[in-house]
Design a protein around this ligand. Structure first.
Ligand SMILES: *Cc1c(COP(=O)(O)O)cnc(C)c1O
Length: 512
């Protein structure tokens, strides 16, 4: 299957798209057409394990190039690192109103990024093989907190790869920072960058686009690739869990084949929700995709007005992985709703870079209105929603999922105004383990403010009786290996990467 750039001019294979990450003209790779999954195939998924379902969906895009058997073996290995019997449990919160939570956080780093980043190293390895790329691959990632750790863990000590992660020094939660800065492995490098996530992501995108920088690396036999959701290899494994959740509702008799359902997605870079939209294009019976933003509500305003406007203050919230103003993956959706008009998409991205805003046409907005519902939650609204669900159902969720729950409540009212008896099942995507944000979650559930994250874990454990993940408890005793903070400056960042590529960055050893 071929992939094309949202900004036109390129046509590559799936393997090339994965190796390259970003198109040469700055665009994002999208499939030339959406492969279809028939109702019979959806029904057949009922008999499959989660790794088999994931391999099946991946196979639709990459099977001919990477091989169905290889994909299956890769998904088996990737999801064997998850805890529990089911890598993606679907929890029924309220049968009466049809509310479910899909828990995507049972992977090694306790956030949903593991769903894709445990698989990506396998996809990349094979993609290099089939495209004949023998360079060392340097994974370069900007992170709002969770991608960085998941990329480090996914690529740690994978032969032929190195991973460099930049995180905003004013952006990530304490547990997220600790998780990254204690990272072990001999091919990893972590650094804070001055500024917020948007600054960080912009700088990293410019490094990807810099011919000079890429040429310098090429002389060393090193090639950049991306672990951010701009890489199709990151997006593809995320499509699978939308199918899997639907199949779970089918097999438990909650819906019948062909019934439509809604999904609510806590959104930052628009990767997760875009994967849901891709699932719909492939034939999954989805009615609405609800896009939930926190106080940084650029997307909610975009869905309301059809204007994407980043001229506004940036807020730090309790849901740092969603503290984003420029959501990269929206470009893929824009491309689709414009009727795949690459010229127009490129023009809008240029407007965004220069004027900090662009708008869409009334016809395009109508398409969005049909498929999406955009909402946002304030910090108070998030806390309130988390508390309400805990009080009524005894279910504790993290702050990002809390944002989604708050928007779900508003959405539920909106749809009941249209049809009081609307009982369409709603699946809320839960993107992080509550113990990743222990102080904020404890505060939301009990009103208790503690100064220390590990004390927060202890109290939260007493309150909820949920078991804290060992990997988070252990953070307390691990020495930091990475303490660098660099200026948000392309020169400084590229120098750091080049030194890392040369093997000159030697982190503090973590094992005595
Ligand atoms: C990354 C992340 C999100 C946002 O996902 P996008 O794909 O960037 O929209 C939400 N919640 C958590 C916990 C995350 O790590």
């Amino acid at each position: 299957m071929y992939f094309i750039s949202t900004r036109g001019g390129e046509k590559v294979t799936g393997a090339q798209a994965i190796v390259q990450g970003l198109a040469k003209n700055g665009g994002l790779y999208v499939p030339e057409s959406f492969p279809q999954v028939s109702r019979e195939e959806i029904e057949a998924m009922a008999e499959m394990s989660y790794p088999e379902r994931a391999a099946f969906v991946l196979g639709k895009y990459l099977g001919d190039e990477l091989g169905e058997d290889y994909l299956k073996a890769s998904c088996e290995k990737a999801y064997s690192t998850f805890t529990g019997n089911d890598p993606v449990p679907l929890v029924k919160i309220d049968g009466e109103s049809g509310l479910y939570v899909m828990e995507l956080f049972h992977g090694p780093t306790c956030a949903f990024k593991d769903m894709a980043l445990t698989v990506l190293p396998y996809l990349l390895k094979k993609s290099c093989e089939v495209t004949g790329v023998t360079d060392e691959i340097l994974i370069l990632a900007a992170t709002s907190g969770d991608t960085g750790k998941a990329a480090l863990e996914g690529f740690r000590d994978v032969p032929g790869t190195k991973v460099a992660v930049f995180y905003p020094d004013e952006g990530v939660a304490k547990m997220q920072r600790l998780q990254m800065c204690i990272q072990d492995g001999n091919n990893v490098c972590v650094s804070a960058v001055k500024g917020n996530f948007d600054d960080c992501q912009r700088a990293v995108k410019r490094l990807f686009a810099s011919e000079e920088f890429n040429a310098t690396l090429a002389k060393k036999g090193v090639r950049l690739s991306s672990a951010n959701s701009i890489n199709f290899g990151r997006l593809a494994p995320q499509i699978a869990y939308y199918f899997s959740a639907y199949v779970d509702l089918l097999t438990s008799g909650q819906i019948e084949m062909g019934d439509t359902i809604d999904f609510v997605v806590p959104t930052g870079n628009f990767g997760d929700i875009l994967a849901g939209w891709y699932a719909k294009q492939m034939g999954l019976p989805v009615r609405k995709l609800v896009c939930a933003s926190n106080r940084n509500k650029v997307l909610a305003d975009f869905f309301a007005k059809g204007v994407y406007d980043v001229k506004r203050n940036f807020f730090r919230t309790m849901s740092p992985s969603m503290d984003i103003l420029v959501s990269s993956n929206l470009e893929r959706l824009l491309f689709e709703i414009s009727g795949r008009n690459a010229e127009l998409t490129a023009q809008r991205m240029q407007e965004l870079a220069e004027k900090k805003e662009y708008s869409i046409t009334a016809a395009e907005k109508e398409v969005l209105d049909k498929e999406f519902y955009g909402g946002f939650a304030s910090e108070d609204g998030t806390v309130e929603a988390m508390y309400e669900i805990f009080e009524e159902y005894g279910y504790a969720m993290d702050t990002h999922t809390g944002v989604a729950l708050a928007v779900y409540m508003e959405y539920k009212e909106a749809r009941e105004k249209i049809d009081e008896k609307d009982k369409t099942p709603v699946i809320v995507l839960s993107t992080a383990n509550p113990y990743k944000f222990p102080q904020d979650v404890l505060y939301a559930l009990s009103g208790n403010d503690v100064k220390d994250s590990f004390k927060g874990i202890k109290r939260l454990n007493l309150l909820t009786a949920m078991k804290p993940p060992k990997s988070l408890l252990d953070l307390r005793y691990r020495p930091l290996r990475f303490k660098t903070v660099v200026a948000n400056d392309l020169k400084k960042m590229s120098e750091l990467i080049l030194r890392f590529a040369d093997g000159e960055i030697v982190p503090v050893p973590d094992k005595e």
